[in-house]
Design a binder for this molecule. Sequence first.
Ligand code: AMP
Ligand code: ZN
Length: 491
Amino acid sequence: MLVYNSQVHRKQELEPIEPGKIRMYVCGPTVYDQIHIGNGRTFLSFDVIRRYLMYKGYEVTFAQNLTDVDDKIINRANEQGRTAAEVAEEFSEKFIEQMHRFGILDPDIRPRATREIEAMQEMIQLLIEQGNAYPVPSGDVYFSVRSDKAYGILSGRDLDQLRAGERVEVNDEKRDPFDFALWKAAKPGEPSWPSPWGDGRPGWHTECCAMIHRYLGTPIDIHGGGADLVFPHHENETAQAMCAWHAPLANVWMHTGMLQINEEKMSKSLGNFYTLKEVLDRYPANAVRILMLQTHYRAPLDFSFDRLDGAVSSLERLVGCVKNLRWAAEAAPQDGHLTEGDRVLGAAIDAAEREFVAAMDDDFNTAGGIAAIFGLVTTANKYLAEAAGSIETSVTLRAASTLVELCSVLGIDLSKDTAQSELPAELVQLAAERAGYAGTSPEEAAQALIDARQEARAARDWGTADAIRDGITALGLVLEDTAAGARLRRK
Ligand code: AMP
Ligand code: ZN
């Protein structure tokens, strides 16, 4: 299978370091607030990448950190008169809660930066000893970018260009303006830990690197994050790893495109964001997934509520199709006789599976995967409409289970949405037949009965209206007139 490696700007055959196994790491959130749907898109993309690798039979070990000490957390704590640890704890929990609602699998390992200080200090010490880092009188420790001949290897930037083109903070203690802090000396009132260089806390780039080395060992197979992390975060991560342990941090670097709103990156600082929580409060996670996965993970994704409404309709179509297939299979006589329609549906199932895998093998083309799923929905709906009376149970059930399985690889969980309706299928079907209608689902059949009675009443044909009602009652169902219209229920 082909995977785009952003370090070399092209797709490469995926070659695990250990056959059959993938070790992957995705930078986690800084826990100072609810995450927005842009962050959600990145975490969703890697959830699907992980699920697909598992579907392909790889044993995947997935680690994701929580950055629970950072300026943003400290500022938030100061604003609210709380400790940084309290703020970090609250938003770690809230992050995990939203990940669960979004159907994102828990990582196998979820290290928290504040509990990994020792590993970070060991790495910093090693970098100092090897001449790649230096402590300064204020108590900070900096990584020396000049000491790393390969600096810029990931982002393709060269230090001279960087110096000419970008403004960086002036700091007399740094030997080069692009040197970055591995350890930050404690300021009054900030969380800090003792160290050989004085009390302080780790820098952000240091955290991920040390945790990856400790929990997964370097190099790992896949390192992921949003495209905005390539420089400086990932560049600095890989520089530290190369200098500390003389091996790359990761074989493959994967970066997701930004979620945008009105063609602008969604971000906290621009204020143009929706939190994942507020969107999941209003929309099913499955619909949000469909919307996001319709765009390839590396491309920018334009978010709008109109598009999300469209995804809700797509989800309903999918759910309706699976329900109708199951209902039709249940109601069908089992004669084992294959018609041309059955064969067409069987071939469509095989094609959908093939197309799904071909798309996903090509750098996780989820848009192609979703197209394959909806291709099968179209054929299955046509089959149900045309094959009424000659439904073949096994092929019909296989179509339903294929849809459910392919969706589950994308984390679209149809198990709840497609639970069977309350009404016993045989009764509804009989009722529908008596009303002269062979519907394809309990809902449709029930609606047909209700409509038939309504029409009769509108035409003041009370005899027919009553006959329909009596027929329904004789079948053990009750037709109720409610404020919201008529509905059927069990007696
Ligand atoms: P942060 O907490 O800011 O480090 O972000 C967590 C993850 O979300 C990182 O992998 C970011 O690259 C990613 N991210 C931030 N903004 C967006 C966005 N608008 N679209 C997609 N991913 C994003
Ligand atoms: Zn990171």
